[in-house]
Design a protein around this ligand. Sequence first.
Ligand SMILES: *[C@@H]1O[C@H](CO)[C@@H](O)[C@H](O)[C@H]1NC(C)=O
Ligand SMILES: *[C@@H]1O[C@H](CO)[C@@H](O)[C@H](O)[C@H]1NC(C)=O
Ligand SMILES: *[C@@H]1O[C@H](CO)[C@@H](O)[C@H](O)[C@H]1NC(C)=O
Ligand SMILES: *[C@@H]1O[C@H](CO)[C@@H](O)[C@H](O)[C@H]1NC(C)=O
Length: 440
Amino acid sequence: MALINKLIFFLVYFGYGQILPILGENHLAPPHYKVVNISSLLPKPYCQKSTSGPAIGSQKLKIVSRHGPCFPNAKTPSSDSEQLMNWDEVRVRSINKKPKKTPSFLSNYDYGGYTVKIGLGTPRQNFFLMFDTGSPATWVRCKSCTKGCKSNNHLYDPSVSSTHTNNKSGCNGSFSVSYRDDSSIEGIWGCDTFTGDDRDIGQIQNFRFVCGQNLKGDFDEMDGILGLGKGDSSVTSQIPSMQMFSYFIPLTSSRMGNLYFGNEAMDRSKDCLITQFTALVDGQCKDCYYVDLIGISVAGNKLDVSSRMLASRETIIDSGTVITQLPEEVYSALRDAFRQSMLAYTLLEKADKLMDTCYTVKKPLIIPEIKFHFGKENTIDVSLSESGILWTPTESMMCLAFTSAKDNLSIIGSVQQRGMNVIYDLKQKRIGFGTNCPTY
Ligand SMILES: *[C@@H]1O[C@H](CO)[C@@H](O)[C@H](O)[C@H]1NC(C)=O
Ligand SMILES: *[C@@H]1O[C@H](CO)[C@@H](O)[C@H](O)[C@H]1NC(C)=O
Ligand SMILES: *[C@@H]1O[C@H](CO)[C@@H](O)[C@H](O)[C@H]1NC(C)=O
Ligand SMILES: *[C@@H]1O[C@H](CO)[C@@H](O)[C@H](O)[C@H]1NC(C)=O
């Protein structure tokens, strides 16, 4: 076995790509490499319904990609990398903007693409909201929307809800946030009953959210945002049991994931082979969750540049950004190391507008392991899943799913979190990464 490992390592490392195919698909990868099942990276044209049913009385919301077949009336069958990357660009621009008035970092193009279905009001009105760990306020488009809403948008109508209030303390006042790209949302605060999907989540009375009335910019016709960021208006601050939440971002856009709250979140982490915790730290953006990313390894080798460059930088973990971005020097080192271990494959020049390390997909696909190292003390090493490393814009091409940041801020995006169970334990100010989880 060791000999075979070495042989494959040799072949991959030294680029004898033409010999690789004869080894077939079921062989073992050399140490710090992994064999990738290409079909598991590609979304199916139909919704791959979750096989594990919800536990009785669980506090769970299903996560579906807005751009995948599990989303009702999805406009596109699969994610378009260029579009998502452009959204990321705008998102980063808004994260870097430091608005004085409302410290919110949500961009109008805020599409990690992951939505949860919730109900508001009595009787309930249904909405698919993007869940966003990068912004605290929950908002929905409202019936009273005067700008930026169309007749076919889902609009919340407070007048038909017997439980709606907007005239008592805590449930009133105006809301407005604007972003550097000139988009903005204005609305009013109100409270109503919040209900989860499939009655998995109990009803929450007097849930505080924004009735969006004046939307400027392109919001991709989404219904609104479920704000899981830091801050008083966040779902996590309003509902004590939601001080603990976890999500599993599906491997592809045709699969479903789950967002769990409370004890259920901790219970789910037991499904994964390993769950490692690291401290949530403070940073410039008050609404954001920061982690102490101190290094990155590729194929078992720690990037030279990473500790020095990362230690002095801030790293946000975000469900609304798609592709992870790293400071220029760190990204270059990562890319060079990745390319070095992918010599067996043909590097495509300028294949993608925003990712610069793309290859033709070929069997067998053996890629280097990428690990994130968190925390100066009690360092944890978190291995990314293969769908957390690769972006597959088409069936015949895959790219290293990282980009360089135009500034020095690092953001861990949703792609890198795919296949992981990420658990936020806000009381203990820590975040856990569950790896080797069953895929749902
Ligand atoms: C590869 O993934 C597909 C779809 O996820 C699965 O049906 C198949 O059994 C996998 N093949 C191997 C060799 O694991
Ligand atoms: C709030 O509005 C309701 C219904 O419109 C009304 O009955 C109630 O008196 C109002 N409360 C306050 C404090 O204004
Ligand atoms: C909210 O309602 C309370 C109680 O009716 C009132 O005292 C307060 O001024 C209102 N606040 C705003 C911002 O309208
Ligand atoms: C990033 O940080 C490095 C080192 O501190 C500095 O030289 C560089 O100018 C910074 N880049 C930007 C865009 O701020």
